[in-house]
Design a protein around this ligand. Structure first.
Ligand SMILES: *Cc1c(COP(=O)(O)O)cnc(C)c1O
Ligand SMILES: *[C@@H]1O[C@H](CO)[C@@H](O)[C@H](O)[C@H]1NC(C)=O
Length: 487
Protein backbone atom coordinates (compact mmCIF):
# COMPACT_ATOMS: atom_id res chain seq x y z
CA UNK A 1 0.00 0.00 0.00
CA UNK A 2 2.75 2.34 1.06
CA UNK A 3 4.58 1.55 -2.18
CA UNK A 4 1.66 2.62 -4.36
CA UNK A 5 1.10 5.61 -2.24
CA UNK A 6 4.69 6.69 -2.89
CA UNK A 7 4.34 6.22 -6.63
CA UNK A 8 1.15 8.23 -6.74
CA UNK A 9 2.76 10.88 -4.66
CA UNK A 10 5.72 11.10 -7.01
CA UNK A 11 3.48 11.27 -10.05
CA UNK A 12 1.60 14.13 -8.46
CA UNK A 13 4.85 15.84 -7.64
CA UNK A 14 6.01 15.46 -11.23
CA UNK A 15 2.79 16.97 -12.56
CA UNK A 16 3.03 19.82 -10.16
CA UNK A 17 6.56 20.41 -11.38
CA UNK A 18 5.44 20.41 -15.05
CA UNK A 19 2.62 22.77 -14.31
CA UNK A 20 5.03 25.06 -12.51
CA UNK A 21 7.47 25.09 -15.41
CA UNK A 22 4.66 25.74 -17.86
CA UNK A 23 3.26 28.37 -15.61
CA UNK A 24 6.60 30.07 -15.30
CA UNK A 25 7.30 30.04 -19.02
CA UNK A 26 3.87 31.29 -19.70
CA UNK A 27 3.59 33.81 -16.96
CA UNK A 28 7.06 35.24 -16.68
CA UNK A 29 7.66 36.91 -20.00
CA UNK A 30 9.16 40.35 -20.46
CA UNK A 31 8.50 43.77 -19.02
CA UNK A 32 6.18 44.94 -21.74
CA UNK A 33 3.52 42.48 -20.56
CA UNK A 34 3.27 44.08 -17.15
CA UNK A 35 0.79 46.79 -16.28
CA UNK A 36 0.02 49.30 -17.67
CA UNK A 37 0.03 46.96 -20.70
CA UNK A 38 -3.36 45.85 -21.84
CA UNK A 39 -4.33 42.60 -20.08
CA UNK A 40 -1.19 42.97 -17.99
CA UNK A 41 -2.93 42.33 -14.75
CA UNK A 42 -2.28 38.66 -14.44
CA UNK A 43 1.38 38.87 -15.37
CA UNK A 44 1.79 41.69 -12.94
CA UNK A 45 0.18 39.84 -10.06
CA UNK A 46 2.19 36.74 -10.79
CA UNK A 47 5.43 38.70 -10.98
CA UNK A 48 4.77 40.61 -7.79
CA UNK A 49 3.83 37.45 -5.92
CA UNK A 50 7.16 35.97 -6.93
CA UNK A 51 8.91 39.07 -5.66
CA UNK A 52 7.00 38.87 -2.39
CA UNK A 53 8.04 35.26 -2.17
CA UNK A 54 11.69 36.27 -2.48
CA UNK A 55 11.28 38.98 0.12
CA UNK A 56 9.43 36.86 2.65
CA UNK A 57 11.98 34.08 2.25
CA UNK A 58 14.69 36.59 2.94
CA UNK A 59 12.88 37.84 6.02
CA UNK A 60 12.46 34.30 7.30
CA UNK A 61 16.16 33.55 6.88
CA UNK A 62 17.13 36.86 8.42
CA UNK A 63 15.77 35.74 11.76
CA UNK A 64 17.41 32.35 11.57
CA UNK A 65 20.55 32.39 13.71
CA UNK A 66 22.09 29.56 11.77
CA UNK A 67 22.23 31.59 8.56
CA UNK A 68 25.12 33.86 7.66
CA UNK A 69 24.91 37.57 8.35
CA UNK A 70 26.90 38.19 5.22
CA UNK A 71 28.37 36.23 2.37
CA UNK A 72 31.31 38.57 1.98
CA UNK A 73 32.89 39.22 -1.40
CA UNK A 74 35.48 41.79 -2.35
CA UNK A 75 34.38 44.62 -4.64
CA UNK A 76 36.32 43.20 -7.58
CA UNK A 77 34.59 39.85 -7.19
CA UNK A 78 31.14 41.41 -7.28
CA UNK A 79 32.15 43.65 -10.16
CA UNK A 80 33.49 40.76 -12.18
CA UNK A 81 30.11 39.12 -11.75
CA UNK A 82 29.04 36.14 -9.70
CA UNK A 83 27.38 33.11 -11.15
CA UNK A 84 24.19 34.36 -12.80
CA UNK A 85 24.54 37.80 -11.25
CA UNK A 86 26.00 40.62 -13.24
CA UNK A 87 25.98 44.25 -12.15
CA UNK A 88 26.62 45.65 -15.64
CA UNK A 89 23.73 47.44 -17.30
CA UNK A 90 22.81 46.17 -20.70
CA UNK A 91 21.23 47.63 -23.86
CA UNK A 92 18.68 44.87 -24.32
CA UNK A 93 15.89 44.12 -21.85
CA UNK A 94 16.32 41.18 -19.55
CA UNK A 95 13.57 38.61 -19.07
CA UNK A 96 11.43 38.88 -15.99
CA UNK A 97 12.89 35.60 -14.90
CA UNK A 98 16.33 37.16 -14.87
CA UNK A 99 14.93 40.19 -13.04
CA UNK A 100 13.74 37.85 -10.31
CA UNK A 101 17.17 36.24 -10.16
CA UNK A 102 18.66 39.72 -9.88
CA UNK A 103 16.39 40.48 -6.94
CA UNK A 104 17.29 37.24 -5.22
CA UNK A 105 21.03 37.70 -5.75
CA UNK A 106 21.02 41.31 -4.64
CA UNK A 107 19.74 40.13 -1.29
CA UNK A 108 22.03 37.13 -1.32
CA UNK A 109 25.27 39.14 -1.51
CA UNK A 110 24.08 41.89 0.80
CA UNK A 111 24.15 42.15 4.57
CA UNK A 112 21.28 40.86 6.66
CA UNK A 113 20.98 43.87 8.90
CA UNK A 114 18.02 42.37 10.71
CA UNK A 115 19.97 39.25 11.71
CA UNK A 116 20.17 38.69 15.49
CA UNK A 117 23.97 38.63 15.16
CA UNK A 118 24.30 41.84 13.18
CA UNK A 119 26.06 44.30 15.50
CA UNK A 120 27.26 47.00 13.17
CA UNK A 121 26.70 50.73 13.59
CA UNK A 122 23.59 52.19 15.17
CA UNK A 123 20.65 50.85 13.23
CA UNK A 124 19.77 47.20 13.24
CA UNK A 125 16.89 44.82 13.50
CA UNK A 126 14.09 44.38 11.04
CA UNK A 127 10.76 45.55 12.33
CA UNK A 128 8.04 43.75 10.43
CA UNK A 129 5.45 46.50 10.75
CA UNK A 130 8.03 49.07 9.72
CA UNK A 131 8.90 46.93 6.73
CA UNK A 132 5.25 46.71 5.75
CA UNK A 133 5.08 50.48 6.09
CA UNK A 134 8.02 50.91 3.76
CA UNK A 135 6.39 48.63 1.19
CA UNK A 136 3.21 50.61 1.36
CA UNK A 137 5.15 53.85 1.05
CA UNK A 138 6.86 52.80 -2.16
CA UNK A 139 3.59 51.54 -3.53
CA UNK A 140 1.95 54.90 -2.88
CA UNK A 141 5.03 56.55 -4.39
CA UNK A 142 4.25 60.14 -3.59
CA UNK A 143 6.08 63.24 -2.56
CA UNK A 144 5.89 65.19 0.68
CA UNK A 145 6.07 68.69 -0.73
CA UNK A 146 2.40 69.60 -0.76
CA UNK A 147 -0.83 68.56 0.94
CA UNK A 148 -2.31 68.30 -2.49
CA UNK A 149 -0.16 65.35 -3.43
CA UNK A 150 0.26 63.65 -0.03
CA UNK A 151 -2.75 64.58 2.08
CA UNK A 152 -2.67 61.62 4.45
CA UNK A 153 1.08 61.49 4.88
CA UNK A 154 1.36 65.23 5.49
CA UNK A 155 -1.19 65.02 8.29
CA UNK A 156 0.54 61.98 9.77
CA UNK A 157 3.80 63.89 9.76
CA UNK A 158 2.29 66.90 11.50
CA UNK A 159 0.64 64.75 14.11
CA UNK A 160 3.70 62.67 14.81
CA UNK A 161 5.96 65.71 15.06
CA UNK A 162 3.54 67.24 17.55
CA UNK A 163 3.61 64.08 19.61
CA UNK A 164 7.41 64.10 19.59
CA UNK A 165 7.44 67.72 20.73
CA UNK A 166 5.07 66.86 23.57
CA UNK A 167 7.43 64.09 24.62
CA UNK A 168 10.33 66.52 24.53
CA UNK A 169 8.29 68.64 26.90
CA UNK A 170 7.40 71.73 24.87
CA UNK A 171 4.04 73.10 26.08
CA UNK A 172 1.12 71.58 24.13
CA UNK A 173 3.59 70.16 21.67
CA UNK A 174 3.84 73.61 20.10
CA UNK A 175 6.66 74.35 17.70
CA UNK A 176 7.76 73.13 14.34
CA UNK A 177 9.69 70.39 12.64
CA UNK A 178 10.22 68.26 9.62
CA UNK A 179 11.48 64.81 8.73
CA UNK A 180 14.81 64.93 6.94
CA UNK A 181 17.07 62.42 5.21
CA UNK A 182 19.06 61.65 8.36
CA UNK A 183 20.59 63.07 11.51
CA UNK A 184 23.41 64.83 9.71
CA UNK A 185 20.89 66.82 7.68
CA UNK A 186 18.68 67.41 10.72
CA UNK A 187 21.72 68.84 12.48
CA UNK A 188 22.43 71.04 9.51
CA UNK A 189 18.88 72.37 9.71
CA UNK A 190 19.52 73.34 13.31
CA UNK A 191 22.59 75.37 12.41
CA UNK A 192 20.71 77.08 9.56
CA UNK A 193 17.75 77.95 11.72
CA UNK A 194 19.98 79.25 14.52
CA UNK A 195 21.75 81.54 12.10
CA UNK A 196 18.43 82.69 10.66
CA UNK A 197 17.13 83.48 14.14
CA UNK A 198 20.13 85.69 14.92
CA UNK A 199 20.93 87.05 11.47
CA UNK A 200 17.93 86.66 9.14
CA UNK A 201 19.56 88.97 6.60
CA UNK A 202 22.12 86.26 5.81
CA UNK A 203 19.41 84.55 3.78
CA UNK A 204 19.47 87.41 1.30
CA UNK A 205 22.83 89.08 1.66
CA UNK A 206 25.02 86.13 2.54
CA UNK A 207 27.53 85.74 5.35
CA UNK A 208 29.04 89.17 4.71
CA UNK A 209 25.94 90.59 6.46
CA UNK A 210 26.93 89.00 9.76
CA UNK A 211 29.92 89.36 12.05
CA UNK A 212 32.25 86.39 12.38
CA UNK A 213 29.98 83.68 13.76
CA UNK A 214 31.23 80.81 15.86
CA UNK A 215 29.71 77.47 16.75
CA UNK A 216 30.48 75.17 19.67
CA UNK A 217 30.36 71.44 19.92
CA UNK A 218 31.98 68.69 21.92
CA UNK A 219 35.32 67.28 20.89
CA UNK A 220 33.47 63.96 20.72
CA UNK A 221 31.02 65.40 18.28
CA UNK A 222 29.90 63.45 15.26
CA UNK A 223 31.60 64.92 12.20
CA UNK A 224 28.29 66.20 10.86
CA UNK A 225 28.62 69.53 12.68
CA UNK A 226 32.02 70.10 11.13
CA UNK A 227 30.53 69.32 7.77
CA UNK A 228 27.61 71.68 8.43
CA UNK A 229 29.99 74.51 9.30
CA UNK A 230 31.85 73.95 6.04
CA UNK A 231 28.72 73.56 3.91
CA UNK A 232 26.93 76.56 5.39
CA UNK A 233 29.89 78.88 4.97
CA UNK A 234 30.91 79.32 8.61
CA UNK A 235 34.23 77.61 7.95
CA UNK A 236 35.53 74.75 10.04
CA UNK A 237 37.90 77.15 11.87
CA UNK A 238 34.85 78.77 13.41
CA UNK A 239 33.74 75.57 14.99
CA UNK A 240 35.10 75.53 18.51
CA UNK A 241 35.55 72.18 20.20
CA UNK A 242 34.62 71.75 23.84
CA UNK A 243 36.51 69.62 26.32
CA UNK A 244 34.85 66.54 27.69
CA UNK A 245 35.26 64.57 30.87
CA UNK A 246 36.57 60.99 30.91
CA UNK A 247 33.13 59.70 29.90
CA UNK A 248 32.84 62.00 26.93
CA UNK A 249 30.43 64.59 28.41
CA UNK A 250 30.96 68.27 27.67
CA UNK A 251 32.38 70.29 30.56
CA UNK A 252 30.07 73.32 30.93
CA UNK A 253 32.79 75.53 32.47
CA UNK A 254 34.87 75.02 29.36
CA UNK A 255 31.94 76.18 27.24
CA UNK A 256 31.54 79.37 29.25
CA UNK A 257 35.24 80.14 29.13
CA UNK A 258 35.31 79.67 25.38
CA UNK A 259 32.18 81.79 24.84
CA UNK A 260 33.76 84.64 26.80
CA UNK A 261 37.01 84.24 24.92
CA UNK A 262 35.24 84.30 21.54
CA UNK A 263 33.32 87.43 22.48
CA UNK A 264 36.50 89.16 23.58
CA UNK A 265 37.97 88.46 20.18
CA UNK A 266 34.92 90.11 18.61
CA UNK A 267 33.33 86.87 17.38
CA UNK A 268 29.66 86.11 17.76
CA UNK A 269 28.69 82.80 19.38
CA UNK A 270 25.45 81.66 17.79
CA UNK A 271 25.12 77.96 18.29
CA UNK A 272 25.89 75.34 20.89
CA UNK A 273 25.46 71.70 20.13
CA UNK A 274 24.90 69.44 23.10
CA UNK A 275 24.69 65.73 22.60
CA UNK A 276 22.16 63.34 24.01
CA UNK A 277 23.90 60.07 23.38
CA UNK A 278 27.22 60.56 21.61
CA UNK A 279 27.82 58.19 18.75
CA UNK A 280 30.76 56.26 20.17
CA UNK A 281 30.64 56.59 23.98
CA UNK A 282 26.88 57.01 24.28
CA UNK A 283 27.49 60.04 26.50
CA UNK A 284 24.78 62.49 27.53
CA UNK A 285 25.90 66.08 27.98
CA UNK A 286 24.53 67.91 31.03
CA UNK A 287 21.86 69.78 29.10
CA UNK A 288 20.55 71.92 31.97
CA UNK A 289 23.96 73.35 32.77
CA UNK A 290 24.64 74.04 29.11
CA UNK A 291 21.19 75.63 28.76
CA UNK A 292 22.00 78.01 31.63
CA UNK A 293 25.03 79.27 29.74
CA UNK A 294 23.14 79.51 26.44
CA UNK A 295 20.37 81.54 28.06
CA UNK A 296 22.88 83.82 29.72
CA UNK A 297 24.67 84.62 26.46
CA UNK A 298 21.67 84.31 24.16
CA UNK A 299 23.01 81.40 22.15
CA UNK A 300 20.92 78.84 20.28
CA UNK A 301 20.96 75.48 22.01
CA UNK A 302 20.67 72.43 19.83
CA UNK A 303 20.42 68.96 21.34
CA UNK A 304 21.61 66.25 19.03
CA UNK A 305 19.53 63.29 20.10
CA UNK A 306 20.05 61.41 16.85
CA UNK A 307 21.21 58.46 18.89
CA UNK A 308 19.87 59.17 22.38
CA UNK A 309 16.51 60.75 21.50
CA UNK A 310 14.82 57.36 21.68
CA UNK A 311 15.39 57.32 25.44
CA UNK A 312 12.74 60.03 25.73
CA UNK A 313 10.20 57.25 25.22
CA UNK A 314 11.27 55.58 28.45
CA UNK A 315 10.09 56.86 31.81
CA UNK A 316 13.04 55.07 33.36
CA UNK A 317 15.75 56.58 31.18
CA UNK A 318 14.47 59.93 29.95
CA UNK A 319 16.04 61.71 32.91
CA UNK A 320 19.34 61.39 31.03
CA UNK A 321 17.99 64.10 28.73
CA UNK A 322 16.79 66.37 31.53
CA UNK A 323 16.73 69.93 30.25
CA UNK A 324 16.00 68.91 26.66
CA UNK A 325 12.83 71.01 26.85
CA UNK A 326 15.08 74.06 27.14
CA UNK A 327 16.68 73.38 23.77
CA UNK A 328 15.81 75.52 20.76
CA UNK A 329 16.05 72.54 18.49
CA UNK A 330 16.38 68.79 18.79
CA UNK A 331 17.50 66.09 16.36
CA UNK A 332 15.86 62.72 16.93
CA UNK A 333 16.40 59.70 14.68
CA UNK A 334 13.68 57.07 15.03
CA UNK A 335 15.75 55.00 12.58
CA UNK A 336 18.37 54.34 15.24
CA UNK A 337 17.34 53.42 18.75
CA UNK A 338 13.67 52.96 17.96
CA UNK A 339 14.24 50.46 15.19
CA UNK A 340 12.32 52.22 12.43
CA UNK A 341 13.61 51.18 8.99
CA UNK A 342 16.00 53.62 7.33
CA UNK A 343 15.55 56.42 6.91
CA UNK A 344 13.61 58.33 9.51
CA UNK A 345 15.02 61.38 11.24
CA UNK A 346 13.31 64.47 12.61
CA UNK A 347 14.48 68.00 13.32
CA UNK A 348 12.23 69.63 15.90
CA UNK A 349 12.26 73.36 16.49
CA UNK A 350 10.74 75.09 19.53
CA UNK A 351 9.86 78.35 17.81
CA UNK A 352 7.25 78.22 15.09
CA UNK A 353 7.85 79.92 11.77
CA UNK A 354 11.64 79.84 11.72
CA UNK A 355 11.96 76.85 9.42
CA UNK A 356 9.58 78.43 6.98
CA UNK A 357 11.25 81.83 7.21
CA UNK A 358 14.69 80.40 6.80
CA UNK A 359 14.05 78.12 3.85
CA UNK A 360 10.99 79.25 1.96
CA UNK A 361 11.44 80.35 -1.61
CA UNK A 362 7.72 80.35 -2.48
CA UNK A 363 8.10 78.60 -5.83
CA UNK A 364 5.00 79.52 -7.79
CA UNK A 365 4.52 76.17 -9.48
CA UNK A 366 4.19 74.32 -6.16
CA UNK A 367 3.19 76.64 -3.40
CA UNK A 368 0.44 78.91 -4.70
CA UNK A 369 -1.02 80.80 -1.73
CA UNK A 370 -4.57 80.81 -3.14
CA UNK A 371 -5.28 77.07 -3.19
CA UNK A 372 -8.65 75.69 -2.17
CA UNK A 373 -7.37 74.24 1.10
CA UNK A 374 -5.46 75.44 4.14
CA UNK A 375 -2.02 75.95 2.60
CA UNK A 376 -0.25 75.88 5.95
CA UNK A 377 -0.30 72.15 5.31
CA UNK A 378 1.99 72.65 2.33
CA UNK A 379 5.06 71.98 4.42
CA UNK A 380 7.47 71.45 1.56
CA UNK A 381 8.87 74.97 1.52
CA UNK A 382 10.33 74.47 5.00
CA UNK A 383 12.68 71.87 3.60
CA UNK A 384 15.99 72.45 1.88
CA UNK A 385 14.94 69.73 -0.52
CA UNK A 386 12.36 70.11 -3.23
CA UNK A 387 10.84 66.65 -3.42
CA UNK A 388 10.89 64.77 -0.15
CA UNK A 389 10.50 61.06 0.47
CA UNK A 390 7.69 59.82 2.69
CA UNK A 391 9.58 58.75 5.79
CA UNK A 392 6.68 59.13 8.14
CA UNK A 393 4.37 56.26 7.31
CA UNK A 394 6.44 53.32 8.59
CA UNK A 395 7.10 55.21 11.84
CA UNK A 396 3.46 56.14 12.28
CA UNK A 397 2.42 52.55 11.59
CA UNK A 398 4.92 51.17 14.09
CA UNK A 399 3.72 53.65 16.70
CA UNK A 400 0.16 52.52 16.03
CA UNK A 401 1.05 48.88 16.36
CA UNK A 402 3.27 49.10 19.47
CA UNK A 403 1.74 52.06 21.19
CA UNK A 404 3.98 54.47 23.06
CA UNK A 405 4.29 51.76 25.67
CA UNK A 406 5.81 49.36 23.13
CA UNK A 407 8.62 51.78 22.27
CA UNK A 408 9.23 52.23 25.97
CA UNK A 409 9.55 48.49 26.49
CA UNK A 410 11.90 48.21 23.53
CA UNK A 411 14.18 50.95 24.88
CA UNK A 412 14.13 49.58 28.43
CA UNK A 413 14.99 46.11 27.19
CA UNK A 414 17.91 47.32 25.06
CA UNK A 415 19.37 49.24 27.99
CA UNK A 416 18.89 46.27 30.26
CA UNK A 417 20.86 44.15 27.83
CA UNK A 418 23.71 46.63 27.64
CA UNK A 419 23.88 46.68 31.43
CA UNK A 420 24.06 42.90 31.37
CA UNK A 421 26.87 42.99 28.81
CA UNK A 422 28.73 45.59 30.86
CA UNK A 423 28.62 43.41 33.97
CA UNK A 424 29.70 40.36 31.99
CA UNK A 425 32.74 42.12 30.56
CA UNK A 426 33.79 44.34 33.43
CA UNK A 427 35.62 41.75 35.46
CA UNK A 428 36.50 39.34 32.73
CA UNK A 429 40.15 38.57 32.25
CA UNK A 430 41.68 40.13 29.17
CA UNK A 431 39.05 42.84 28.81
CA UNK A 432 39.31 46.48 29.80
CA UNK A 433 36.54 49.05 29.84
CA UNK A 434 37.25 52.22 27.85
CA UNK A 435 35.82 54.25 30.74
CA UNK A 436 34.71 53.30 34.22
CA UNK A 437 31.12 53.30 35.38
CA UNK A 438 27.93 51.92 33.93
CA UNK A 439 27.14 52.93 30.36
CA UNK A 440 24.48 55.62 29.95
CA UNK A 441 23.31 54.27 26.63
CA UNK A 442 23.64 50.95 24.83
CA UNK A 443 27.26 51.67 23.89
CA UNK A 444 29.44 49.32 25.91
CA UNK A 445 32.99 50.30 25.05
CA UNK A 446 35.78 47.87 25.85
CA UNK A 447 39.14 46.67 24.65
CA UNK A 448 40.09 43.07 24.25
CA UNK A 449 43.69 42.70 25.45
CA UNK A 450 45.39 39.62 24.02
CA UNK A 451 47.75 37.80 26.44
CA UNK A 452 50.85 39.20 24.69
CA UNK A 453 49.84 42.76 25.54
CA UNK A 454 48.51 42.27 29.05
CA UNK A 455 51.81 43.04 30.78
CA UNK A 456 52.60 46.07 28.66
CA UNK A 457 52.36 49.40 30.53
CA UNK A 458 49.64 51.83 29.43
CA UNK A 459 50.89 54.20 26.79
CA UNK A 460 51.15 54.98 23.11
CA UNK A 461 52.70 51.66 22.13
CA UNK A 462 49.98 49.66 23.84
CA UNK A 463 47.31 51.86 22.31
CA UNK A 464 48.62 51.38 18.81
CA UNK A 465 48.97 47.66 19.19
CA UNK A 466 45.45 47.43 20.61
CA UNK A 467 44.17 49.31 17.62
CA UNK A 468 45.77 46.66 15.41
CA UNK A 469 44.03 43.96 17.43
CA UNK A 470 40.62 45.49 16.83
CA UNK A 471 41.38 45.91 13.11
CA UNK A 472 42.52 42.31 12.96
CA UNK A 473 39.44 41.03 14.75
CA UNK A 474 37.28 42.96 12.34
CA UNK A 475 38.92 41.32 9.34
CA UNK A 476 38.67 37.97 11.08
CA UNK A 477 34.99 38.54 11.63
CA UNK A 478 34.47 39.41 7.98
CA UNK A 479 35.85 36.03 7.02
CA UNK A 480 33.74 34.41 9.72
CA UNK A 481 30.43 35.63 8.48
CA UNK A 482 28.27 34.55 11.36
CA UNK A 483 28.75 37.84 13.14
CA UNK A 484 29.14 41.45 12.05
CA UNK A 485 30.32 43.95 14.62
CA UNK A 486 31.76 47.42 14.61
CA UNK A 487 35.06 48.42 16.17
C1 LIG B 1 24.17 58.91 13.76
C2 LIG B 1 24.36 60.24 14.33
C3 LIG B 1 24.24 61.38 13.53
C4 LIG B 1 23.99 61.27 12.05
O1 LIG B 1 22.76 60.69 11.76
P1 LIG B 1 22.46 60.08 10.29
O2 LIG B 1 21.03 59.71 10.34
O3 LIG B 1 23.37 58.92 10.13
O4 LIG B 1 22.73 61.16 9.31
C5 LIG B 1 24.35 62.60 14.13
N1 LIG B 1 24.59 62.70 15.44
C6 LIG B 1 24.70 61.63 16.24
C7 LIG B 1 24.93 61.82 17.71
C8 LIG B 1 24.62 60.36 15.72
O5 LIG B 1 24.77 59.29 16.49
C1 LIG C 1 26.41 67.69 17.91
O1 LIG C 1 27.28 66.78 18.53
C2 LIG C 1 27.01 65.47 18.23
C3 LIG C 1 27.90 64.51 18.91
O2 LIG C 1 28.57 65.05 19.97
C4 LIG C 1 27.13 65.24 16.78
O3 LIG C 1 26.72 63.94 16.49
C5 LIG C 1 26.34 66.19 16.01
O4 LIG C 1 26.63 66.09 14.68
C6 LIG C 1 26.53 67.57 16.45
N1 LIG C 1 25.52 68.29 15.74
C7 LIG C 1 25.50 69.56 15.55
C8 LIG C 1 24.48 70.16 14.66
O5 LIG C 1 26.31 70.26 16.08
Amino acid sequence: MKYYYNIINNVIKFFKFCILIYFKMYFIPVMRNLLPAKNGEEYTMQFLLEVVDILTNYVRKTFDRSTKVLDFHHPHQLLEGMEGFNLELCDQPESLEQILVDCRDTLKYGVRTGHPRFFNQLSSGLDIIGLAGEWLTSTANTNMFTYEIAPVFVLMEQLTLKKMREIIGWPNGEGDGIFSPGGAISNMYSVMVARYKHYPEVKIKGMAAAPRLVLFTSEHSHYSIKKASAVLGFGTENLILLKTDERGRVIPADLEAKVIDAKQKGFMPVFVNATAGSTVYGAFDPINEIADICEKYNIWLHVDGAWGGGLLMSRKHRHKLNGVERANSVTWNPHKMMGVPLQCSAILVREKGLLQGCNSMCAGYLFQPDKQYDVTYDTGDKAIQCGRHVDIFKFWLMWKSKGTIGFEKHIDRCLELSEYLYHKIKNREGYEMVFQGEPQHTNVCFWYIPPSLRLLPDGEEKRQRLHKVSRYSQSLLLSLPKLLVCD
